[in-house]
Unconditional design. Sequence first.
Length: 154
Amino acid sequence: MEIIINTAIVIATFFGMEGVAWFTHKFIMHGLLWVLHKDHHKKESKGFFEHNDFFFLIFAIPGIAGLFFGMRNNFNLFFWIGLGITLYGFAYFFVHDIFIHQRFKIFRNADSLYFKAIRRAHKMHHKHIGKHDGECFGMLWVPLKYFRNKNFNG
């Protein structure tokens, strides 16, 4: 029974992180910390890394802390929450940095309806290069309208 509860905690945390990511992206990255996020929209960075990459470190801290303190206390609730946060971080890295932005040139030809919808939604998000008037702030949840647009290639 304990494994079912722990697995449920990891899964709930993983999916809950989509809401945290949406809120943080919309109100923090496009708000107070726009100074770190704007180069991701305006491509001001000339190198491989962007100021936006600091968010990776910021978001990794709660996951690492949960894993650390949870392991020190017999793999308690904090460990399973930390694991869910960390798994979401890996998913975000693969979907956003590798699949969408092609920071590493793999998964270029993924052709599923879901992956096409993710690319469409993210392209619409980046259509707005300023701090305001954005859309599609999440990563894994995609509004239905992006599944319907059959004329979009990528």
